[in-house]
Design a binder for this molecule. Structure first.
Ligand code: 13P
Length: 327
């Protein structure tokens, strides 16, 4: 018989056989009150989880919330770097993540040892890292950014100071274009946004000539330039809320469609197709590892817990704090 900690080391989450037919939503509601826990969720998780979360947001709003909550426990229903960021910001709180396997292809595309070598090769640069990075990469960074404040963060660096921007090449090139600022950009990408089918999107535009194409800046250049609007998760939601169009082709993780549909029931949202363009298969496989059952066991046993080495945490805190102060 494994202990729960051993089971987490082996599987990354707690397996559960619901033989007693537990009503997970009811139990989660009870547990979060008893434990003074707050459930934070990203717009990419399933609609079912978004509906019971205390707060749903994009990466920036979630870090702001993690820094300001009075809860004793933060249940982060998102991916590992998000829960890690919450722990860095609120070290006195217990931060738990339903499944430790919920990683991020962007964070994986920037190993800390390689990034450190790159920085050493280019001394005197200001290092800006996207929040989608590990704590170790943040510890090598001068200032963190998210997609909703990347332009503002880049513009805050004096013109004469060269910049290293990592790890998303598509976001980096986009920010470079809109700010006119040359930067050394790390060659990383998000598996969801980098793999939309350009052909499939063009076909959808032909089939729906009245639709607006909206895209996240993690999408490649070829998609950004044909888009009617490029913006962060919250920027895209806001655009569909205020724009007069009634049909939108949405080139980002399709989890956001839940919020878009909730706010605008009469509008039509079409998820942009993934590589295999006869299907809308562009979901983030990591975000989708979260489910109600894992959320329940995570809250009940307060595991898996995010633990960060204190020296790394202190170094990683500074660039996140610098971002929050500017945002
Ligand atoms: P935003 O939440 O900043 O739009 O970024 C999306 C993302 O990359 C989540 O991993």
């Amino acid at each position: 018989m494994f202990s729960l900690k051993e089971e987490i080391e082996k599987n990354g989450f707690i397996k559960f056989n619901n033989s007693e037919n537990i009503d997970f939503v009811k139990e989660i509601n009870k547990l979060r009150k008893e434990k003074n826990a707050v459930i934070l969720a990203h717009y990419y998780v399933s609609g079912e989880i978004q509906d019971i979360a205390d707060f749903v947001g994009d990466s920036l709003a979630l870090s702001q919330k993690a820094a300001s909550t009075n809860a004793d426990i933060i249940v982060f229903v998102g991916v590992h770097f998000m829960a890690e960021t919450a722990k860095i910001l609120s070290p006195e709180k217990k931060v738990i993540l339903p499944d430790l396997n919920a990683g991020c292809s962007l964070a994986d595309s920037c190993p800390d040892d390689k990034f450190e070598e790159f920085i050493k090769l280019h001394p005197n640069h200001t290092v800006i890292s996207y929040v989608n990075t590990t704590a170790k990469v943040k510890a090598l960074t001068d200032i963190v950014c998210t997609s909703s404040n990347a332009k503002q963060i880049v513009e805050s660096i004096p013109e004469n100071k060269p910049i290293i921007f990592g790890p998303d090449k598509n976001l980096g090139n986009y920010i470079s274009r809109v700010t006119g600022r040359k930067m050394l950009i790390w060659d990383g990408a998000c598996h969801v946004h980098n793999e939309f089918s350009l052909e499939g999107i063009i076909q959808l535009k032909k089939d729906n000539p009245e639709a607006k194409l909206i895209a996240h800046p993690e999408c490649p250049f070829q998609i950004q330039i044909i888009a009617d609007f490029v913006g962060s998760t919250s920027g895209l939601i806001e655009y569909t809320n205020t724009n007069d169009a009634t049909t939108f082709i949405v080139a980002t993780e399709p989890g956001v469609l839940h919020e878009m549909k909730k706010r605008n029931k009469h509008k039509i949202f079409i998820p942009a197709p993934g590589e295999n363009y006869d299907c809308a298969c562009s979901e983030c496989k990591y975000m989708k590892l979260n489910n109600i059952q894992k959320l329940y066991t995570c809250l009940k046993y307060e595991l898996p817990e995010i633990i960060i080495d204190n020296t790394i945490r202190e170094k990683a805190y500074k660039p996140i704090k610098a971002m929050l102060d500017l945002s």
